[in-house]
Write a protein that binds this ligand. Structure first.
Ligand code: COA
Length: 145
């Protein structure tokens, strides 16, 4: 299993397809809803095993010092293997290399314990996704003197 940015058009297509299948389709959200207008300027990573993408995640900057993680996923049959942790760590390393001081995200209720284990703290309520999925704001300071 390797964690790295997607490198071909085919890999990007598979990455977006799986994002949609895991994070949008179960709530009947249409294809296209798995993307926002920050894809081009964001940093993406995939977890790839035997040429199959089994996880992914993205980070973008809200300001020079604040980065935000979105669209974290690991396919159900591969969850619990430490892959989410490795994806998040790769996104954090990138943010640190770009001099981010804090990383923010909106976590679904089910993923809060995962982010807490990686050092994130709940900082407030966030609007429900699709009007259904409870969400909380979380953040982690990564600033090193
Ligand atoms: C959330 C998600 C990305 C985590 O990925 P994962 O590969 O299963 O997580 P890992 O195996 O890397 O887990 C890392 C640690 O978090 C813990 N953890 C992961 N999910 C957890 C959960 N739901 N509850 C409690 N602990 C959890 C693991 O036990 C592990 O602990 P350890 O480091 O002490 O061994 C994955 O479960 C997922 O894709 N879920 C569905 C989509 C989703 O909700 N995405 C997040 C959108 S905000």
């Amino acid at each position: 299993m390797k964690i790295r940015p997607p490198s071909t058009m085919h890999e990007y297509a598979e990455y977006y397809e799986k994002r949609w299948a895991l994070l949008r389709k179960p709530w009947s959200e249409p294809r296209g809803s798995e993307k926002d207008n920050l894809e081009q300027e964001s940093y993406h990573v995939i977890a790839i095993e035997e040429s199959n993408i089994i996880g992914g995640g993205r980070i973008h900057f809200n300001s020079a010092s604040e980065a935000q993680v979105r669209y974290m996923f690991v396919l159900p049959e591969h969850q619990g293997r430490g892959i989410g942790k490795e994806i998040l760590s790769a996104l954090e390393s990138y943010a640190l290399s770009q001099k981010a001081k804090v990383i923010k995200l909106n976590s679904r209720e089910n993923a809060i314990p995962f982010y807490e284990r990686q050092g994130y703290q709940v900082s407030g309520e966030s609007p429900k996704l699709f009007g259904i999925i409870a969400h909380k704001r979380m953040q982690k300071s990564i600033w090193v003197k």
